[in-house]
Design a protein around this ligand. Structure first.
Ligand code: SF4
Ligand code: SF4
Ligand code: SF4
Length: 579
């Protein structure tokens, strides 16, 4: 491999050829601050915060796009560099709505932190006439406030590059430049799939989820209501980040304790509903394979993916599994079986779900998601909103003791746990489908070919007499590629897992926002997924069909997987969609 010899801050180094200055600095643990740059997402050299001095060069250079070359002598924090960065921040602030005190990002805003680090002591230094923008709150899951936007374009890159949705972009030019939808349309009237990937990359409070925590506080204060909560598989491995814990820490026990302190009448695990999804979906796969289709069967747990399909791939709607997602199955079971068992009127039950995903807010209000004539899920909040509630309640999260989920909906299996990572639904389904089709117990439960963050994963498994071709992908740009290849007849599969967010739910749009100073160094998707696979390995039950709760549900209520009653309560429909 050819190399280059350079000096950084007067120390000599050798790096492989082809790196940018920023990448080289990161390799030796020098953090050059960035605002527009975000590893693997946005590399446009626009904000000028990452400038460094190259001795002999006339001007400072943007390190995120400037290539390293032989003999370079680089200073990352010379007087000239620090002064330039400070002036850039002062200029950004001149057009910024600086209402930090009430801003949703006040505890982890990248702009605020940089202003603090660079001692920007005169926020109003370059104040003058400013554009004033109306907040776009037309979408059910999020709002956009251009008055807090610094035009870094990370959201635009996430929406178009990662998700191939492209509903937000740069409108107008010069002083009037701002982020918006085409023809200044409201976001709620576009093909936006509610994934929230724009939110988790935004460095400021310009884009955020709609906060539904007040609805939860109100329900908890209403004594006529039976308020329960369930947490999605991935929340246990991400919530800790909101309290400064390392990426990939499993905080299941503390999370359950915190939820009990908040006052919920029952603290349950959505893993149960993930297991239920697997039972129904494996049955659907077997039935479709035996009855000639339609195949491939495509998973339906990810509401961002479902909305994307309804907008862009209508011809694949018959391929979608009719199973409700785990969030919705959980609510449906609570409003029917659980209500009957506890002699409760479904109208008096409030089901709160804690989800990794802003699209879950959209999903909870879709048609055909009301098994008992009332919404299956009353309030869907994100990991970030739960963290906010815990903080507001003064709960010292890191010091909490561990407790277990409540009965009867608190049993987790490894299969349910891995739902949170790309490939997890496929692996969980295979564990059940293979045993059902062959009648034999699996000796190895790890389907490692479908794990990991590769864009499109493919495998063929021998199941009895059948050869089953599967594919797994996450991130909607990858999904688009896969579906186009199927349309063109280049690929044929029996079963496909698609997750809307790259890496799956662990990297969902409702997860804790990590700044560039973390994302440029740590692979969030890999570290968070590792914690889920660790959980799977250590659980005594690793197959959905072995869960005692699942057995009870079928014995007491649903009869057989795929029964008429199961279909009525646990399945749904999809439609071509304008917005
Ligand atoms: S976006 Fe950041 S700098 Fe702007 S008001 Fe919010 S916290 Fe303050
Ligand atoms: S939520 Fe997703 S689809 Fe909608 S604007 Fe953001 S990135 Fe684009
Ligand atoms: S909305 Fe956020 S991510 Fe998008 S350009 Fe503005 S500051 Fe950057």
């Amino acid at each position: 491999m050819s190399t280059v010899n350079v000096k950084i801050n007067n120390i000599s180094y050798q790096f492989p050829k082809g790196l940018t200055i920023l990448q080289a600095c990161n390799q030796i643990n020098i953090e050059v601050p960035t605002l527009c740059y975000l590893k693997e997402i946005n590399e446009i050299g626009a904000c000028r915060i990452c400038v460094v001095e190259v001795k002999g060069a006339k001007n400072l250079v943007a390190s995120c796009v400037h290539p390293l070359s032989e003999g370079m002598d680089i200073l990352t924090h010379s007087e000239k560099v620090l002064k330039a960065r400070k002036i850039t921040l002062e200029l950004i602030l001149s057009t910024h709505d600086r209402s930090c005190l009430s801003c949703i990002r006040s505890d982890n805003c990248e702009l605020q932190k940089l202003c603090h680090d660079f001692k920007v002591d005169d926020e109003a230094k370059y104040d003058g006439h400013n554009q004033v923008y109306k907040t776009d709150d037309s979408a059910i899951h999020m709002y956009r406030d251009d008055n807090k936007c610094i035009l870094c374009r990370r959201c635009v890159a996430a929406c178009s590059k990662l998700q191939s949705v492209g509903v937000i972009g740069v409108n107008e030019r010069g002083f009037k430049t701002h982020i918006g939808c085409a023809f200044e349309e409201d976001l709620g009237k576009t093909d936006c799939v509610s994934c929230g990937q724009c939110i988790v990359v935004c460095p400021t409070g310009a884009i955020a989820e709609k906060d539904d925590t007040d609805k939860v506080w109100a329900a908890l204060a209403d004594e006529s209501k039976h308020v329960i909560v369930a947490t999605a598989p991935s929340i246990r491995v991400t919530l800790g980040e909101a309290f400064g814990m390392p990426v990939g820490t499993n905080v299941k026990g503390k999370m359950v304790t915190a939820l009990k302190h908040l006052g919920f009448a029952g603290v349950y695990d959505t893993d149960i509903a993930a297991d239920l999804t697997i039972i129904e979906e494996s049955q659907e796969l077997i039935t479709r394979i035996q009855n000639g289709g339609p195949l491939p069967l495509i998973t339906s747990c990810s509401p961002g993916w479902i909305k994307f399909c309804e907008h862009n791939f209508h011809d694949f709607i018959p391929n979608l599994s009719s199973c409700k997602s785990p969030q919705q199955m959980f609510g449906a079971v609570v409003k029917t079986w659980y209500a009957e068992k506890n002699n409760l009127d479904p109208h008096d039950i409030v089901v709160v779900s804690v989800m990794p995903c802003t699209a879950k807010k959209f999903e909870a209000r879709r048609d055909n998601q009301s098994a008992a004539g009332v919404y299956d899920i009353d309030i869907a909040i994100t990991t970030r909103e739960l963290a906010r509630m815990i903080k507001r309640a003064g709960i010292q999260f890191k010091k909490l003791a561990d407790t277990d989920f409540d009965d009867p909906l608190g049993v987790s299996t490894g299969a349910g746990a891995i739902f949170g990572a790309t490939g997890g639904v496929m692996e969980a389904a295979l564990r059940t489908a293979v045993e059902k089709l062959t009648g034999q117990e699996l000796t190895n439960l790890d389907f490692t070919e479908v794990r990991g963050t590769k864009e499109i994963k493919e495998a063929t498994y021998k199941v009895g007499d059948l050869e089953v071709n599967v594919a797994v992908t996450s991130g909607l740009a990858n999904a688009r590629q896969l579906l186009n290849e199927i349309r063109e007849g280049k690929k044929t599969y029996h079963f496909i897992e698609i997750m809307g967010c790259p890496g799956g739910c662990i990297n969902g749009g409702g997860q804790p926002v990590q700044p560039a100073s973390v994302r440029n160094f740590v692979d969030l998707k890999t570290e968070r997924a590792k914690a889920l696979y660790e959980e799977d390995k250590n659980l005594p039950l690793r197959k959905s069909h072995e869960s005692p709760v699942i057995k009870t549900l079928y014995e007491e209520y649903f009869g057989e997987p795929g029964s008429h009653k199961a279909h009525k309560i646990l399945h749904t429909t999809y439609k071509e969609r304008e917005y």
